[in-house]
Design a binder for this molecule. Structure first.
Ligand code: CTP
Length: 213
């Protein structure tokens, strides 16, 4: 099967040297890419800026901003069987970009923000969508309720929920724990394990779902 996977954070520039971003390391998305390749699938990995070596057999598309990630995802949809949107896309970006460095003495009392385009929702809204669409839900509270709401709102087939409030799991960690919400309102808990182990289990679940659909 052909997988499209997004991973890592995005950076939203303020000026040539400053940006807004988040704590995503990209490890979960890269582990999913690795696990898909291991299982013999084809992988297009659309990656924000991370300090990780990309799996050598993946086709890697590097992007920086949420706008670039949006355009790259839509450009590589042809022939995809499963899309897994794991990237921690910034929800907001500065409304204005200064093409020259803002000097300290000028001050920067406030930064006006505008929402970014939601990549996952844009795929959920596609008519005649032929691929299985899996999104992530990073939550600090009411994990299952919030993730279920995301599944419906963004019209995904599957939502993979992770609790980002646990300090030893999630962002920047090698381990995670995932709750996979399925379309029939059932869920599967993948208990705490290394991200590569979770990724292997997730690939099997997604492949089986796609085959059944
Ligand atoms: N996502 C996306 N494009 C965005 C924002 C998020 O594709 N501009 C995707 C992420 O890749 C992830 C999913 O949406 O698969 C959920 O991301 P999350 O940050 O948990 O949800 P938000 O929609 O940002 O909602 P909130 O911040 O209110 O929880």
């Amino acid at each position: 099967m052909k997988f499209l996977i997004t991973a890592g954070p995005t950076r939203e520039p303020i000026d040539p040297v400053r940006f807004l971003s988040n704590r995503s390391s990209g490890r979960m998305g890269y582990a999913i890419a690795e696990a898909a390749l291991e299982a013999g699938h084809e992988v297009i990995l659309i990656s924000g800026p991370v300090c990780l070596a990309a799996p050598s057999q993946a086709r890697v598309v590097r992007v920086t901003t949420s706008d670039e990630m949006f355009d790259a995802v839509h450009a590589y949809l042809e022939g995809i069987d499963i899309a897994v949107l794991c990237a921690a896309v910034a929800d907001f970006r500065p409304a204005h970009f200064s093409s020259r460095k803002i000097k300290k003495h000028e001050g920067l009392a406030r930064i006006d923000l505008v929402p970014t385009r939601d990549i996952l929702a844009s795929l959920g809204a596609l008519r005649q969508k032929k691929f299985l669409l899996a999104g992530f839900a990073a939550e600090t509270e009411n994990l299952v309720e919030n993730a279920r709401e995301k599944l419906q709102k963004k019209r995904c087939d599957v939502v993979i929920a992770n609790d980002v409030s646990a300090p030893e799991l999630g962002f920047e960690s090698n381990e995670n724990q995932l709750t996979i919400l399925l379309p029939d309102s059932s869920s599967i808990l993948l208990p705490r394990a290394e991200k590569i182990e979770l990724a292997r289990a997730l690939i099997t679940i997604l492949k089986n779902l796609q085959e059944k659909s």
